[in-house]
Ligand binder design. Structure first.
Ligand SMILES: Nc1c(NC[C@H](O)[C@H](O)[C@H](O)CO)[nH]c(=O)[nH]c1=O
Ligand SMILES: CC(=O)[C@@H](O)COP(=O)(O)O
Length: 163
């Protein structure tokens, strides 16, 4: 189902466990800061609205989405008590193939970090054709990808806690 048919902030159809017992890292790319700032605000608001306490959230910036992998790796290597990491970024197609390399690197990179540490590392990265599509998914008509990433992080932290 494409985002056109699903609001990224609508979780009325699902049960969200409490995040009160979990610690979260949020790594935020500084590229396209208008968008990633909105993603961050959505993710933070959603974590707090679902029981997470502010002192259990560590938020760190990285220069661009390509650095999200390194940021997640460094955080998990130094903080074993983090239950899930949310990676937030916005990659917008330019004139060259650079977009493809970044998107592929980030998607594979953060997947590998999650596997390495057996911790949920959430792909909260917009990969859009233009700024308007990003705005629509960072608090616009399609909701906020940051909200979705936060809910996913809580669900996956809860999943791990049941094993
Ligand atoms: N063009 C975008 C970038 N580019 C920067 C890279 O992410 C990286 O910081 C650089 O290649 C140095 O390693 N980053 C985004 O997050 N979004 C873009 O649209
Ligand atoms: C995703 C990018 O790196 C891109 O925005 C950079 O633009 P360009 O491909 O025109 O160099």
């Amino acid at each position: 189902m494409s985002t056109q048919l699903k609001n990224l902030s609508d979780f009325s159809h699902t049960t969200v466990p409490s995040g009160a017992n979990y610690k979260f890292g949020i790594i935020v790319a500084e590229w396209n800061a208008e968008i990633t700032g909105a993603l961050y605000n959505g993710a933070l608001k959603t974590l707090l609205a679902n029981g997470v306490v502010e002192e259990n959230i560590i938020s760190l910036p990285v220069p661009g989405s390509f650095e999200l992998t390194g940021g997640a790796e460094i955080l998990l290597s130094k903080r074993s008590n983090i239950d899930a990491v949310i990676c937030l970024g916005c990659v917008i197609q330019g004139d060259t193939k650079h977009f493809d390399f970044i998107c592929d690197a980030v998607a594979q990179g953060i997947t590998n970090v999650g596997i390495k540490y057996s911790k949920p590392v959430i792909f909260g990265v917009l990969t859009t054709n233009n700024l308007e599509q990003a705005q629509d998914r960072a608090g616009g008509k399609h909701g906020n990808k940051g909200d979705e990433a936060a809910i996913t992080a809580i669900k996956m932290a809860n999943f791990s806690a049941q094993i």
